[in-house]
Design a protein around this ligand. Structure first.
Ligand code: HDE
Length: 749
């Protein structure tokens, strides 16, 4: 053993040797001052952790809290620390033997930081991987009290909610605006236990039995050999599946309609799809379908907009949701119920309520509003909340129960199962966003990532050691009681009810309910998607399906594909259209809509006033100018380089800005047309695109010459006037219809 002194000598000798190297000029050298850098923000006391950042309260079996801290997860204190709370002086340099290394294995901070980073990603959701979420509140009207005892639906009750919207097919980083079904999952943190309404924006599903879910998803996801196409249904395997499984034709028709390309999450309906069973205080039951109705109406993008946005702003829906909430234009929906008598046949107006490929038209069973949802808070941390939220159609409070819909029955198994892997073990209900707001007193113990410090010795029942705790709820204690539905005595079979065999009548109902412009979009969508398939047999087979829906639709698509239109193989269903299915023809509020205002910095007539008026109307003005910064004293949000028409719901042109230095030469300018050369070609492009996408366009002053050059004056939905105020008022009236539909060609009636 070397004497301590000898060690000291060695250290001192080494320090002498390094004297020339370790000078105080080297940042981090012993004795040197800590490096001074400009702090991006002034250090301040951390915000108090939000309630949902706390760890779950540890409770004893009798429900008393153990006093363990509940704020373990948020940031605390002003200083950077390790995960163990030791303060850190430097997080930018590894611990090295001298500035030129090598790096020392003993650097715990380095290893902790890198190891944690290495494990930051978790598996994405197997479906619905791409999404966005927000917090909000649900307020009940009390109109559902007659059909359900669920406490959160009692008059005036308010309940915290978290909503996650999603696409189905794409990966977590895929574009928002692709053609797809959208998820619309709502977690109601009710005081009787969490209720998850795990819904979609399309009221029917591709399959009638959960056992086929892996099949339809394998068909929709990218091809296994090259892993393309991403987030698309326009490929062979998808159309192979849906043309062979004809029960998918109704859902596919919705996907090919404008419903497949929503303008905004805020402008989508939501549907529980399955029929649920409600039970009231008297024990009476009713069958219901859940609907979300958006305050802003149901609106869509045009196909060209979706494609442009895929490149220009793949986060379009996410941004739209968060911008609207931050601007105070809180998105709102009404929750509504279609209520049906709970008869042994479980049918209504001849429609099998257990068949998830069927709707009940609203004309036959009106949607009765029972409460209002408002989203008013964006997530604090996307991963913690949106990525880790875990929904489950079996999370039901007393008063809401399931039916035997075979698709729903399979879902009741799938969600926990997939979350066990995705969230790394069985304790994900303790993750803050998943914590119920009702007191929890379960006997689930241990497992990966256990957060609770459970007291007591007897997590079993019956027990005498923990005083018999916890106790089962008795009558009048508000327990969840399964509705004692009689299960028919029947042989075990792998079969569907005969009524499930009708695969075309409701696809036809949907088609017949569309306005001409919506029909046109459906024709173009089928033609595009099938046009992207390579196998002739698949196109022909899908045309045979369309022939059973409608001969006009089939013929139009066949023409586009250059194929003959086949004859129907089943009689065309005699169905009455449902006006409620069309998105066109009504007037809606324009809250949170985006108004692009193109300005010429040299002439700002009326711009400040129009901008104020746009704000005043609850919309969002975006000033578009040749350069960033400010024009006059107004902030510029988009330049001609960063702005593009697809961001705007309407366009106002308040000037004729000359080409900025970064503009590419315009074709007309090259040809010597002096007129066009006077205006930045990107402004003309904005006008042309907005016109093509049937958006209202307005201009005043020099802006009118821009519209003239773009050749759009005098056409429907193009407003010119003397003052900005007058033009804005006219444009606002046009916005209520979402688009200037007359501008779309429609070849079918
Ligand atoms: Fe889902 N679905 N699903 N689904 N679903 C999932 O659960 C499943 C279905 C829906 O934002 C998964 O945690 C099966 C219909 C939404 O976190 C998974 C079947 C409807 C979300 C799953 C269906 C939905 C999911 C993947 C056929 C509308 C996103 C990740 C029987 C009523 C939830 C997860 C979120 C997510 C299974 C069909 C809605 C794999 C087996 C019908 C909105 O468990």
């Amino acid at each position: 053993r070397k004497p301590v002194k000898a060690v000291k000598d060695v250290v001192e000798a080494a320090a002498e040797k390094m004297a020339g190297v370790l000078t105080s000029e080297v940042p981090g050298a012993p004795g040197s001052a800590p490096p001074t850098v400009d702090e991006p923000t002034t250090p301040h006391d951390p915000l108090p952790p939000k309630a949902e950042q706390g760890a779950p309260e540890a409770r004893t079996p009798t429900g008393a809290t153990t006093g363990a801290p509940t704020t373990a997860n948020g940031q605390q204190g002003a200083f950077l620390t390790t995960s163990q709370g030791a303060r850190l002086r430097d997080t930018d340099h590894s611990l090295k033997a001298g500035p030129r290394g090598p790096v020392l294995l003993q650097d715990h901070h380095l290893r902790e930081k890198i190891t944690h980073f290495d494990h930051e990603r978790i598996p994405e959701r197997v479906v619905h991987a791409r999404g966005a979420g927000a917090h909000g509140v649900f307020e009940a009207y009390g109109t559902a009290e007659g059909v359900t005892k669920a406490g959160f639906l009692r008059k005036g009750r308010t309940t915290d909610v978290f909503v996650r919207f999603s696409t189905v097919l794409g990966s977590r980083g895929s574009a928002d605006t692709v053609r797809d079904t959208r998820g619309f999952a709502t977690k109601f943190y009710t005081d009787e236990g969490t209720f998850d309404l795990v819904a979609n924006n399309i009221p029917v599903f591709f399959i009638q039995d959960a056992v086929k879910f892996p099949d339809v998803i394998h068909a929709g996801k990218p091809h296994p050999d090259r892993e393309i196409p991403q987030a698309q249904s326009a490929h062979d395997t998808f159309w192979d599946f849906v043309s062979l499984h004809t029960e998918a034709q109704h859902h596919t028709m919705w996907n090919m309609s404008d419903r497949g390309v929503p303008r905004s999450y805020r402008m989508m309906e939501g549907f529980g799809v399955h029929t649920f069973r409600l039970v009231n205080d008297a024990g009476e039951t009713a069958l219901v379908k859940f609907h979300w109705k958006p305050k802003l109406g149901v609106h869509s993008l045009t196909w060209e907009e979706t494609q442009m946005l895929g490149g220009m702003d793949p986060d379009f829906h996410r941004r739209d949701l968060y911008d609207a909430i931050e601007a105070g234009a809180f998105p709102e929906w009404e929750l509504g119920l279609q209520v049906f008598p709970d008869t042994p046949e479980e049918t209504f107006a001849g429609i099998d309520l257990l068949d998830p490929t069927k709707i009940v038209p609203e004309e036959l069973a009106p949607v009765q509003p029972v409460g209002r949802l408002t989203l008013n808070r964006t997530p604090t941390n996307f991963f913690a909340e949106v990525e880790q939220v875990a929904f489950h159609p079996g999370h039901l409070p007393p008063g809401i129960d399931v039916t035997n819909d075979p698709l729903l029955q399979g879902r009741l198994f799938s969600y926990v199962d997939t979350q066990l892997t995705r969230l790394g073990g069985p304790n994900f209900s303790q993750i803050p966003v998943n914590r119920p707001h009702a007191p929890v007193n379960d006997m689930l113990r241990d497992g990966f990532h256990q957060q609770a410090v459970h007291a007591g010795v007897a997590p079993y029942r019956p027990n005498s050691l923990d005083g018999g705790n916890p106790f089962p709820a008795g009558d009048g204690d508000g327990a969840f009681v399964d509705v004692p539905v009689t299960v028919a005595e029947a042989p075990k079979v792998r079969a569907n009810p005969v009524s499930f065999d009708d695969h075309f009548s409701q696809a036809r109902l949907f088609w017949l309910s569309m306005s001409p412009v919506e029909k046109e979009h459906i024709i173009r969508a089928y033609t595009f998607e099938l046009g992207k398939c390579h196998h002739q047999a698949i196109k022909e087979r899908q045309l045979r399906c369309l022939a059973n829906v409608d001969p006009v639709l089939c013929a139009e698509v066949a023409t586009g594909l250059g194929l003959p239109a086949p004859e129907p193989t089943v009689p065309l269903a005699d169905v009455a259209p449902s006006a409620a299915l069309s998105q066109v023809g009504r007037q809606w509020p324009a809250d949170g809509r985006t108004v692009g205002i193109v300005v010429d910095p040299a002439r700002l007539d009326d711009v400040a006033e129009v901008r104020r008026a746009v704000f005043g109307a609850g919309m969002v003005p975006l000033l578009v100018a040749p350069h960033g910064g400010t024009v006059g004293d107004l902030p510029v949000q988009r330049t001609f380089a960063t702005g593009r028409s697809v961001e705007f719901d309407v366009l106002l042109v308040a000037g004729a800005p000359a080409p900025a230095p970064d503009a590419l030469p315009a074709r007309d300018a090259k040809a010597g047309a002096a007129d066009s050369a006077n205006v930045d070609p990107r402004v003309l492009l904005m006008v042309e695109e907005c016109w093509r996408h049937a958006k209202a366009i307005g201009a005043w002053g020099a802006g009118v010459t821009v519209l003239r050059q773009a050749g759009v004056t005098g056409t429907p939905g193009v407003v010119t006037g003397d003052s900005g105020g007058e033009v804005l008022a006219a444009v606002q009236r046009l916005m209520a219809a979402h688009r200037v539909w007359e501008r779309f060609p429609a070849t079918v009636a």
